[in-house]
Design a protein around this ligand. Structure first.
Ligand code: PGA
Length: 254
């Protein structure tokens, strides 16, 4: 599949996998994806497995991501993890503003933009997530919600920082439900996201930013989703927890 932008497929392991389980998974992925060149493959284990996974993938084409980080560079913030600490494990990406964090930790667009700016300052690429709830979609407010999430979460970004950012469109109603957006529904919102980037930044930036789709991505729907012109990859939850399903998603996307 010839795409304008290089696909980036990331596994969001959420609060799953002990160190031993993480190593099993990543060793298997290394085997399965040994000859992969066409796609950027990223795994995002929990913090506790970052060190072990980082070492395990040193000699591979798999890249490391984290699932969250602090907006602060360091100091008296109990329980938080700073960008510099992630850098110690060669973390290249960090998922920010996932809907689970927006919902359970009450993360706001403003906080997400501050975290993303802190990630950029440390040369870690943020994967900034946006997405509407079912109620918002059914009341016809999808674009309004996504537009304001983008404006708030990307506030203060320079054009250069925007180009180093990955976006993830994850409709909340599709996360962990087995009910994915149809390729057409995804494409519609992805095109809207790209248009919003033209307004907030410019045409050149909008053309370069990669926008992942997330929400019940699996091997059986990956190809059709990835074939949409404005879908540049996937953020995968449940199906990223097993060697076969995650590597099949990647293989089916090429
Ligand atoms: P899911 O999760 O693939 O299990 O729907 C996606 C996500 O939350 O990133």
């Amino acid at each position: 599949m010839q795409k304008q932008r290089r696909l980036i497929i990331a596994g969001n392991w959420k609060m799953n996998k002990t160190v031993a389980e993480a190593l099993d998974l990543v060793q298997g992925l290394k085997r399965e994806l040994a000859s992969l060149k066409e796609v950027d493959a990223v795994v995002c284990p929990p913090f506790t497995a970052l060190e072990a996974v980082s070492k395990a993938i040193l000699d591979s084409n798999i890249r490391l991501g984290a699932q969250n980080m602090s907006e602060h560079a360091g100091g008296a913030y109990t329980g938080e993890i700073a960008a510099a600490m992630l850098k110690e494990f060669s973390v290249r990406y960090v998922i920010l503003g996932h809907s689970e964090r927006r919902q359970y930790q009450k993360e706001s667009d403003l906080l997400i933009s501050r975290k993303a700016l802190a990630a950029h300052a440390a040369a870690i690429k943020p994967i900034v997530c946006v997405g509407e709830t079912l109620e918002e979609r059914e009341s016809g407010r999808t674009e309004k919600i996504i537009g304001s999430q983008l404006e708030g979460s990307l506030a203060g970004f320079s054009k250069e920082q925007m180009q180093e950012t990955v976006l993830a469109y994850e409709p909340v109603w599709a996360i962990g439900t087995g009910r994915n957006a149809t390729p057409q529904q995804a494409q519609e919102v992805h095109a809207f996201i790209r248009q919003t980037l033209v307004t907030l930044f410019d045409d050149a930036v909008a053309k370069r930013v990669r926008v992942q789709y997330g929400g019940s991505v699996k091997a059986s729907n990956a190809r059709e989703l990835m074939s949409q012109p404005d879908v540049d990859g996937a953020l995968v939850g449940g199906a990223a927890l097993e060697i076969r399903s995650f590597s099949d998603i990647i293989k089916n996307s090429i």
